[in-house]
Ligand binder design. Structure first.
Ligand code: SAM
Length: 544
């Protein structure tokens, strides 16, 4: 970077900070105004330089220009002889006017306009688009706006985007019309599209309308934008039909120029895989499709949603203080944060043996009966009425408002949320529960289906082995099913856990069961489980 480029970049960063501080966070959220860190913009242009053909003359466009982080990086990365033209579009005069002032000595042509209203050049279209589009979630787009955006995308890329797609998806697909055939695009976008349903059309676009060259996924734990908690990815592609047997580079973690993991994945395999995150995280996507899933062996449910944990979940001291009747108290696990044990032991009455004893208060008798037969309980419920607990969403939809859903205790549980890092390899913990305790919705409750249940009943030792097998499910295969949020927070919904591979577990269970014994069991309640697979998993008959 020359000294003058450096000085310009320093004053651009200062201006960016000042302009940002003049707006409220809500205002910036509305237009997705979170600038690209200077070092990242520079990394992206360095990558672009290494990928572009040597004699490629650039016609640059950033359709969400801001103050011009990418334009600045372009100028300091490429010799001016390589830049034929440069243009930008920015909707907000607050940033655009300042950018016009800042770049007035350069050849930049900047339009103050909505990208979707800006005039498409009739000739000499841009051949390099570099953009960090506004990240605005779909529910902040009015239906009128969505309708207009849908039309633009339909014309530009012949694609109908899912109604749940965020503004960045519309930017990406609409820019297709702006990019010259054979031109390149580099996008910094949220990683969400890799996994969620609304990303299907974006992925289809990337595989069929352009040649997808590289996807880099930043580690969600090292969030790129401090003020907008999203995990982000870089897309690099060329506007040309993909060649036969095309392969895509996936990289993950570290920096764009020095990723921690780099893999090549055939486009044909991406086409068969709904969740691309898996490729970025581990490359396990390249493995054979899983045939037996946890959902074949277990019923998985979210724990109880009480409607007001601080009212319905009570400690022994609180129970004593309010003289609450024992018959309405069900032991319940504390939140994972307070649960130190991995195995929940029970006393002779199957009650929890842990430090923090908690109970769920659940009574389904009508108010008149509670009033007459259980005056102390009614006194407690009156405190709930005073606190308007009965008006809370879940309680107001139950009758009586203080009753709770029935849930049998589950022998296995899994934490619903977790962060990477720390001592544990996986952000999720599996708990073995020998007690009668139920769990709130910060856990997933895992119930063996009838056939497995029968097997466990007849060989009680297997419970511990099954729990070990659950814990042995690799972090990768769990993570590729769950969702990753900013800051490295992972969530696992019941369906996602049900989708994780159970092949290794089945093999472990089968090893456990002696052959003779096993013949009496059919571990799969799922009648659709292919006969062939059962054969494959069945141990070879031992010669007598
Ligand atoms: C994520 S920021 C990126 C800014 C800059 N390119 C950078 O990388 O730092 C997105 C920018 O797009 C602008 N923007 C939002 N909606 C737009 C639209 N419909 N058309 C053009 N620009 C838009 C915002 O004002 C904001 O400056």
């Amino acid at each position: 970077m020359s000294i003058s480029d450096h000085i310009l970049e320093v004053s651009r960063i200062e201006a960016q900070e000042k302009l940002d501080s003049e707006k409220s966070h809500a205002e910036r959220n509305r237009l997705g105004q979170f600038a690209t860190p200077s070092a990242l913009a520079s990394d992206m242009l360095t990558l672009i330089k290494s990928e572009l053909p040597k004699n490629f003359k650039i016609r640059f466009l950033d359709p969400a220009f801001g103050t011009g982080a990418f334009y600045s990086a372009l100028l300091s990365t490429f010799h001016e002889s390589r830049i034929e033209s440069a243009s930008g579009i920015e909707i907000d005069p607050h940033y655009a006017n300042h950018a016009l002032e800042l770049w007035k000595g350069s050849s930049l042509s900047l339009q103050i306009s909505d990208f979707f209203d800006a005039k498409l050049p009739a000739k000499d279209k841009p051949n390099l688009i570099v953009c960090n589009p506004p990240y605005v979630r779909h529910h902040h787009l009015s239906s009128e706006r969505k309708g207009k955006l849908q039309k633009h995308v339909a014309t530009a890329a012949m694609t109908k985007l899912n109604g749940l797609a965020g503004l960045y998806c519309y930017f990406l697909l609409y820019a297709h019309a702006w990019l010259e055939e054979g031109g390149y695009a580099c996008w910094l976008i949220p990683s969400e599209f890799l996994d969620v349903n609304y990303g299907a059309e974006v992925k289809d676009y990337l595989l069929s309308k352009v040649t997808l060259l590289h996807i880099h996924r930043f580690d969600a734990a090292s969030v790129q934008f401090d003020d907008a908690l999203v995990s982000s990815s870089i897309l690099w592609f060329r506007k040309s039909a993909p060649p036969v047997n095309h392969t895509v580079e996936f990289s993950f973690g570290g920096s764009l120029t020095k990723p921690e993991i780099l893999r090549t994945v055939p486009a044909s395999r991406l086409r068969q895989t709904a969740k691309w995150n898996r490729a970025a995280l581990s490359g396990t996507m390249a493995k054979e499709e899983t045939k037996v899933r946890l959902g074949d062996l277990f019923e998985i449910k979210r724990g109880l949603a009480t409607g007001a944990n601080d009212f319905f979940i009570l400690s022994s001291e609180e129970i004593q203080e309010h003289h609450l009747p024992e018959e309405f108290l069900i032991p319940i696990l504390p939140s994972p944060h307070y649960l130190k044990q991995e195995i929940i032991e029970a006393d002779k009455r199957s009650n929890l043996i842990i430090d923090q004893q908690l109970f769920l208060l659940s009574c389904s008798f009508p108010e008149s009966e509670v009033k007459s037969r259980y005056p102390h309980l009614w006194d407690y419920y009156k405190t709930g009425l005073e606190r308007k607990i009965h008006e809370k969403y879940i309680c107001s939809h139950r009758s009586p408002w203080y009753t709770q859903e029935f849930r049998a205790p589950a022998p296995f549980l899994c934490t619903y949320m977790g962060r990477n890092g720390g001592k544990r390899e996986s952000p999720f913990r599996f708990i073995l529960n020998y007690s009668k305790a139920v769990a709130a919705n910060v856990y997933l409750m895992i119930y063996p289906k009838p056939a497995l249940s029968k097997f466990i009943k007849e060989s009680p030792d297997s419970v511990q082995k099954i729990w070990e097998a659950l814990n042995a499910i690799s972090a990768d295969s769990l993570l590729s099913e769950g969702r990753v949020y900013g800051g490295g927070l992972h969530k696992l919904e019941p369906k996602e856990l049900a989708n994780a591979s159970a092949e290794k577990m089945v093999q472990k269970i089968l090893k456990l069961a002696e052959y003779q014994k096993f013949q009496e069991y059919d571990l799969f309640d799922n009648v659709r489980t292919p006969e062939l697979l059962r054969e494959r998993l069945r141990p070879v008959r031992r010669k007598k």
